[in-house]
Design a protein around this ligand. Structure first.
Ligand code: AMP
Ligand code: DBH
Length: 536
């Protein structure tokens, strides 16, 4: 049984192998190559695991899952936060050829249902610390609704579902059964722009290459001490170079539950962290904390700060070397593949003002006008890309894929960019119907569909509005039958089981939504009204 996905054409696959990008190794090799190392791999609070221990723990879990009848070619739904079990589970599943969707810890019923419906998982791994799984109510419904589920393991459970038990029971004659390196290893989550959250199949070959190449550019090595403060399941702290880059290099990953300064500064000092990855709003909060506390002394060990996920303003960028006292690297990436970095030895002006350039010599990136013609350097248009680690299609989404890719397999990310003469990219805007709330992506259509379930709502449009801290927040424009208050709308959406960051920050009611000449909702007009603070 293999998971269906859109493969690279044969001639591309051959070229990527010839150039050494695709190594035909399972992703679990990142860990197993250090199986005998006593170096500390992960620090999660008081819990420190060496590479040997991390590998053994994942062997144990892999073996336990095999004995429960979970096997190669199946899928799993995993929801774990920034805890060591996240990596133990990831490697265990890779070792037995089970492809997980790693849901974010902020995800709720609606997202988990959407993912389970798409992948039909045999296995669920979640956390008793998550409100959904604090008791068995949701769990029972979920298992009844998703009949493919045969096994559930829960972190923090000490009964029949105990994950800890499966992790600590010594593996007995474990034989790894990873999927072939050119098959699906796991699914990444797309920020999305459609009604249902989309899944991105990632193969061992393409993902491992993205990590190897990221390590070269970011110079991760055995001395790297990386603070993982963004959600561990996200593509950025997982692979750019992220925790997997650190493991590959035999460095050390320290986990933080969130990127707050109060939590992260002491961890940086205590564990002598030299690199971390943030989104721009977290950078603002760090700078604010430094100003308030009048010192950046706790950050003395920090050499490199990666910033990405959303547009970093030049003002904020300039304060990083000045106030935090470390080097900045801009990262412009996407879970679909393509990642751009400013290089460590780039001139300061490039590091401050661009979102870097593609990491691979074989990343093909060009800018398209509205007719699909190539635009010259400096012109703003649609980002089009394909390459050795950029996917060729969303999971089971033929219709959406037909519009997201051109006839030559180039993926249109929905970003508006310009590329300069030296190949450096600046992100200028966005064409996709998405809100980037400080790096957390919201697909407008997903929330609009939920809003339309409200008995008073006739029409709904979710648009971005400027925010000084987050960059963007969301505003729901509604046409209603009966008056509604913002709190009611937010409560209603919460009851629909959607992640908190997707709730509209503001709600406005209108007589009618403005329409474009072809009769589509004119979101540009709505955004303009918001910018002018009218009409309320
Ligand atoms: P996702 O689809 O959730 O992986 O999000 C990827 C999207 O995040 C990109 O297509 C961009 O819209 C946005 N993004 C990521 N990094 C940056 C950055 N450094 N500057 C501006 N936008 C970014
Ligand atoms: O926003 C992203 O998705 C992102 C940002 C930086 C990403 O996936 C990445 C680096 O790999």
């Amino acid at each position: 049984m293999t998971i269906p996905f859109n493969r690279w054409p044969e001639d591309f696959a051959r070229r990527y192998r010839e150039k050494g990008y695709w190594q035909d190794l399972p992703l679990s090799d990142i860990l197993t190559r250090h199986a005998h190392s006593e170096t500390v791999a992960v620090i999660d609070g008081e819990w420190e695991l060496s590479y040997r221990q991390l590998n053994a723990a994942s062997d144990n879990l892999a073996c336990a899952l095999q004995s429960m009848g979970i096997h190669r070619g199946e899928t799993a739904l995993v929801q774990l936060g920034n805890v060591a079990e996240f990596y133990i589970t990831l490697f265990a599943l890779l070792k037995i050829g089970v492809a997980p969707v790693n849901a974010l810890f902020s995800h709720q019923r609606s997202e988990l249902n959407a993912y389970a419906t798409q992948i039909e998982p045999a296995l669920l791994i979640a956390d008793r610390e998550h409100a959904l799984f604090a008791n068995d109510d949701f769990l029972n419904t979920f298992v009844a609704e998703h009949t493919s589920l045969r096994v559930t393991l829960l972190r923090g459970d000490n009964g029949e579902h105990a994950l800890a038990e499966a992790v600590s029971r010594p593996a007995d004659n474990f034989i790894a059964t990873p999927t072939p390196a050119d098959e699906v290893a796991f699914f990444q989550l797309s920020g999305g722009s459609t009604g249902t959250p989309k899944l991105i199949p990632r193969t061992h070959n393409d993902y491992l290459y993205s990590i190897v190449r990221s390590n070269e550019i970011c110079e991760f090595n055995a001395q790297t001490r990386y603070l993982c403060a963004l959600p561990a399941a996200h593509n950025y702290p997982m692979s750019s170079p992220g925790a997997l880059g650190v493991f590959l290099a035999e460095g050390c990953v320290v986990l933080a539950a969130d990127p707050s300064a109060t939590l992260c500064f002491p961890l940086i000092e205590k564990h002598q962290i030299n690199v971390t990855a943030l989104v721009p709003p977290a950078v603002s909060l760090w700078l604010q904390a430094i100003t308030e506390w009048g010192s950046n002394a706790q950050l003395a060990s920090l050499k490199l700060l990666q910033v990405g996920g959303a547009r970093l303003s030049a003002t904020l960028a300039a304060r990083i070397p000045a106030d935090i006292g470390c080097q900045l690297q801009q990262v412009f990436g996407m879970a679909e593949g393509l990642v751009n970095y400013t290089r460590l030895d780039d001139p300061i002006e490039r590091i401050m003002n661009t979102q870097g350039r593609p990491m691979s010599p074989d990343d093909e990136v060009w800018v398209a006008d509205e007719h699909g013609n190539v635009l010259p350097p400096g012109h703003v248009g649609r980002l089009m890309t394909r390459g050795p680690y950029t996917f060729r299609g969303y999971f089971k989404s033929p219709e959406h894929n037909a519009s997201a890719f051109d006839e030559n397999g180039f993926y249109c990310s929905g970003d508006l960019i310009a590329i300069d003469e030296q190949g450096y990219i600046t992100v200028q805007g966005r064409e996709k119907d998405q809100i980037n709330r400080g790096g957390e992506k919201i697909a407008a259509e997903e929330i609009e569909n939920l809003l339309l379930r409200h008995t008073s709502v006739i029409h709904a449009a979710l648009v971005s509005m400027e925010d000084s801290l987050l960059g963007e927040k969301s505003c729901a424009y509604l046409v209603v039958k009966a008056p509604v208050r913002a709190v009611d709308i937010r409560r209603f959406l919460r009851e629909q089981g959607v992640a908190e960051f997707k709730l509209p920050d503001r709600v406005e009611c209108l007589e009618a939504l403005p329409l474009t000449p072809v009769g589509k909702v004119d979101k540009k007009q709505l955004r303009q009204w918001l910018a002018q603070r009218a009409p309320a």
